[in-house]
Design a protein around this ligand. Structure first.
Ligand SMILES: Cc1cc2nc3c(=O)[nH]c(=O)nc-3n(C[C@H](O)[C@H](O)[C@H](O)COP(=O)(O)O)c2cc1C
Ligand code: SF4
Length: 603
């Protein structure tokens, strides 16, 4: 049936033509094709496969990989509640239930008339203004029960999104502390002009002197990456800006893209100048799709100003342009080799490395992938020189760092600090009190207990890509860790067994503990799983997945132990509940017909 000729669709033909029938544009084609019917019916996939001369299984495989692509009907209004732990702390579950009740809908289902579907999605990067949701890809923050009632009414009336109150879609930048980067007022082209004046070698020298390290998490030296890409064989080099920002609790790239897009694109051009690239991609996470029109407008303005295109700023031979590539809801695509697969129109499966992207990246070409903030930071280096940049921060962590602060504090938002800032200072600045723990670096990061608050944000102490989630004394750190474990199990791409099975087992252990059926042996099994995931996973997602559990188990053990049925006996399931049927058959429900719980037992 799937191979049957599909009906003609001028709209779909249009989509294919717009993308030049290019198989590397498959993901973008699927995203655009989905606009036609709101989902991707089987004949659409068949027609796309034929139009791109690809096996249908390949098209279906890609469509099935990304959570924002739907191969089954969904509501004409697709409501996705952001489900980071910070959204949960702000009551997203109650709001989701309320909306479903108002719409007579079961969570996760589509209404019978096909009007609406309501479910959850991973962190949408709006933790400073949660609880948040996406409706047909458009972000709405600061949800309240009142707003939910209004939204239910608008959906019932089938009011087009463009006619919903504009303030619903207002996303604030919440910039609370500025330093060198966020305080920079730069005329577009100023940094690029300065770098071109230094020549490619001189510009790379400044980058080396700056000791800039990547802001996407791993902290790799940017100059070393650029130099490797520059020296790699092959002339058609590529610059990629990683704007996938999927780590729960981080949203600083959202703000850079919204308010400082010129710095980001200028940084990409600076990378292109250094390595000799002619093509650039901004990989924009699907959750930030609403930013695309304004980003395209900035690109158009830069082209008109001679900052993109051929002979940039009059420099013969410096030809470079940037395209925006949309993601579609897959955290693993933030990993640079998975991102490149996705850019090539494939499933976001991390590659085996080496070869590294700098020698063999996008379509086998040397590719430098950098984070949004890393790109923006290079403008400071071009303007003021590497030594000036290296003068702030610490010996191994030069410059400043943007932090996305959320959770239990008075003023969540974006804070820029020189590296080396102590945790205590940050907590004070954002108005946190009675802080029990801080999760730095997102789900994959580290959970700091109060006795560690004298530590510093720096690669040599507490490294971070920028997430900083605060939990006060009322929060249950076990539930925080459980939420992160669920996140990893959901986001595992399934390519390698240790991660696919390991994250699912870990989730099972945490749920078992939450249900009150855990025993001490389960904690030992969690330790064993930690070693397995760390040593045998194919990429950083799997190796980081146990971090939140191991950290909280070590630092907040009572939160686990009070959930144990027994410190020695290991019930694999609820024995007493399993005997309910036998009790029913024998018509007995007296205390003697029940198993004794641990507390009731004489020892
Ligand atoms: C599972 C996973 C997700 C990642 N997500 C992101 C991301 O959203 N943004 C990002 O810049 N880097 C992310 N990274 C790191 C990238 O692989 C890569 O190191 C980074 O983009 C390099 O840029 P930088 O050198 O400027 O930090 C992720 C890594 C892993 C393992
Ligand atoms: S570790 Fe997980 S996310 Fe990474 S490749 Fe393996 S299954 Fe995929």
């Amino acid at each position: 049936m799937t191979n049957a000729p599909s009906p003609a669709s001028p709209e779909l033909d249009d989509v294919l033509a717009r993308h030049d029938h290019d198989p590397t544009r498959l993901l973008q084609i699927l995203i655009d094709a989905q606009e036609i019917a709101g989902w991707l019916p089987a004949p659409t996939l068949t027609r796309i496969a034929a139009g791109l001369a690809l096996p249908r299984a390949r098209v279906e495989g890609v469509a099935g990989f990304y959570s924002f692509l739907y191969t089954r009907p969904v509501g004409r209004y697709r409501v996705l509640f952001s489900d980071n732990i910070t959204d949960r702390m702000l009551g997203n579950a109650g709001l989701l239930d309320a909306l479903c009740r108002k719409l007579w809908l079961e969570p996760g289902k589509t209404s019978e008339d096909g009007l609406v579907s309501v479910t959850t999605t991973s962190c949408t990067g709006l933790c400073d203004q949660g609880p948040a949701m996406l409706v047909n890809g458009r972000a709405i923050g600061q949800l309240t029960h009142r707003r939910i009632n209004e939204i239910a009414e608008l959906i019932r009336q089938q009011r087009p999104l463009d006619l919903w109150p504009a303030e619903y879609f207002r996303i604030d930048d919440n910039i609370r502390r500025t330093d060198a980067l966020l305080g920079l007022d730069m005329a577009p082209g100023a940094a690029l002009g300065a770098a071109i004046a230094r020549g490619r070698d001189g510009w790379l020298d400044e980058m080396r002197a700056s000791k800039l390290r990547g802001r996407g998490g791993a902290g790799f030296a940017t100059a070393v990456k650029w130099e490797s890409a520059r020296n790699a064989a092959g002339s058609a080099k590529v610059v990629v800006c990683n704007a996938d920002e999927g780590e729960p609790g981080t949203f600083k790239d959202r703000v850079l893209l919204n308010r400082y897009a010129d710095l980001v694109f200028e940084g990409m051009s600076l990378a292109a100048w250094a390595i000799g690239a002619s093509e650039g991609f901004l990989y924009l996470r699907g959750e930030y799709r609403y930013l695309r029109p304004q980003l395209e407008a900035v690109l158009a303005r830069r082209r008109a100003a001679g900052l993109l295109g051929t002979a940039i700023l009059g420099e013969t031979g410096f030809d470079f342009d940037i395209r925006i590539h949309l993601g579609a809801g897959a955290y693993v695509c933030g990993e640079e080799s998975a991102l490149i697969e996705s850019l090539e129109g494939k499933r976001g499966t991390p590659r085996i490395r080496p070869p590294f992207p700098v020698t063999k990246g996008y379509l086998g070409r040397p590719t430098a992938v950098n984070n949004v903030e890393t790109h923006a930071k290079t403008c400071l280096i071009a303007l003021h020189g590497g030594a000036a940049f290296a003068a702030t921060g610490t010996a191994q962590s030069t410059g400043t760092k943007l932090l996305s602060i959320s959770g239990d504090c008075a003023a969540p938002g974006i804070y820029e600090y020189p590296f080396g800032v102590p945790i205590t200072r940050i907590l004070e600045d954002c108005g946190a009190s009675d802080t029990q723990a801080v999760q730095v670096g997102g789900a994959a990061g580290v959970c700091l207990a109060s006795y560690e608050f004298q530590r510093h944000i720096a690669y040599e102490d507490v490294p971070t890509a920028g997430a900083f989630m605060i939990f006060d004394g009322t929060r249950d750190l076990f539930e925080v860790a459980r939420a992160f474990v669920h996140f990893f199990a959901h986001e595992s791409c399934g390519f390698c067994t240790p991660c696919r099975v390991g994250t699912s087992l870990l989730k099972g252990f945490m749920d078992k503990l939450a249900d009150g059926h855990g025993a001490k042996a389960d904690l030992n099994d969690i330790d064993w799983l930690d070693r397995l995931l760390k040593n045998a996973s194919h990429c950083g997602l799997g190796s980081a997945a146990p971090n939140p559990v191991i950290d909280t188990l070590q630092k907040f053990r009572p939160a686990y132990e009070r959930r144990l049925v027994s410190l020695d006996f290991k019930p694999a399931f609820d024995l007493d509940a399993a005997l309910a049927e036998a009790r029913q058959l024998t018509r007995r429900d007296d205390p003697g017909a029940h198993l004794k719980t641990h507390e009731e037992s004489p020892e």
